[in-house]
Design a protein around this ligand. Structure first.
Ligand code: GLA
Length: 338
């Protein structure tokens, strides 16, 4: 494994470092200390031509102007209704950043933090202490995010946290993929191990109801072409995918989702022990400048493994409680095939 540390740029007067791992197959990942952002995932196609399959950006200003692209998300991925939740009978209110809703950990979420970056045993390690006064969540929390790359071309991102008071912890990586050399994902297919998705209110908070995907445009149970899916969604419900899939009970070595590009032969399979995957194919990326070019509709697809959002406001959504003094760890794995 080759490792490289370099200055990415400066943001708010602080150096932003870029860390890169390259294995012996020529597969490489990079991550930067601003927002623990996954800044590149490069691997070959069936003809050996390497490309970065993420919607990456070349500078911190662009990243922060267009938040969340490939960034670490926390303390809680997704939306919390009215920024309000209870833990053991006590009600908490956290800062809102989308009307009255708290999205992706609020205005001071993980993606806004500058992390302390380093290499440890050929892994990229980001660490940060976040006080309750920083992000309004209960508990002062120590967080560690580790990016690892194996010799069989699997990326593992591990999120660990410990808090001095009961709080919430439901992290994810907001990775946007495009496995092809085209400027949209129309030729790619997606498979998701989910029989249900969440019904959402107009503000995209969950109603609590889970809906069967069968016989709908939401059904990704067997490698659906993404362009067909987007067209069917628009025809049937009037919008593209911005959906929360309820992952079926599964063994941790069974992928929860697989994105494939038949033209290039590239494939990414995602593994997670948790019960949700958010799928988002933005219609409007006008004005966003990516490493691969100026943003256009459906240039990438966001796949965000996490626990169901707005927990603990809904029975049956699981738990994202981080009890005081207890360390919780979650991993997301991305296996590259080509
Ligand atoms: C998630 C949400 C989307 C959007 C993106 C960030 O995918 O589901 O509604 O907020 O994050 O742009």
């Amino acid at each position: 494994m080759q490792i490289k540390k370099e200055l990415f740029d400066k943001y708010n007067g602080q150096d932003i470092q870029r860390f890169t791992l390259t294995n012996d197959n020529g597969v490489s990942i990079s991550a930067i200390s601003l927002g623990a952002t996954w800044n590149a995932f490069e691997f070959p196609d069936k003809n050996g031509k390497k490309a970065n399959v993420l919607l990456s950006m070349d500078n911190s200003e662009e990243i922060m102007k267009n938040q969340y692209f490939c960034q670490a998300i926390g303390r809680t991925a997704g939306r919390i209704t009215k920024g309000t939740f209870s833990i053991k009978g006590k009600e908490y209110h956290v800062d809102a950043n989308e009307g009255t809703t708290t999205l992706h950990g609020g205005p001071h979420g993980f993606n806004t933090q500058i992390w302390n970056g380093s290499f440890e045993d050929n892994q990229i390690v980001f660490e940060k202490h976040i006080d309750s006064t920083d992000d309004s969540f209960p508990g002062n929390i120590d967080v560690k995010i580790v990016f690892a790359l194996s010799d069989d071309n699997e990326v593992t991102i591990t999120y660990s946290a410990k808090s001095d008071a009961d709080t919430l912890f439901n992290p994810t990586q907001h990775a946007y993929f495009n496995l092809s050399d085209h400027d949209n994902v129309y030729g790619q297919t997606l498979t998701i191990n989910a029989d249900k998705y969440l019904e959402l209110n107009k503000d995209k908070t969950p109603t609590g109801k889970m809906v069967n995907v069968a016989n709908t445009a939401y059904d990704f149970r067997s490698d659906l072409n993404i362009k067909k899916g987007i067209d069917d969604m628009k025809q049937s419900v009037g919008h593209t995918y911005d959906e929360v899939y309820v992952i079926n009970d599964h063994s941790v070595d069974q992928p929860i989702a697989t994105l494939a590009d038949p033209d290039s032969g590239r494939k990414v399979s995602i593994k997670s022990a948790r019960n949700a995957l958010v799928v988002f194919t933005p219609d409007d990326l006008d004005g966003v400048k990516f490493t691969r070019g100026d943003g256009v509709a459906h240039m990438g697809i966001a796949l965000e493994a996490q626990n169901l959002p707005d927990t603990p406001n809904h029975e049956g959504f699981g738990s994202v409680l981080l009890p005081a003094g207890e360390e919780k760890t979650y991993t997301i794995k991305y296996k590259a095939e080509f």
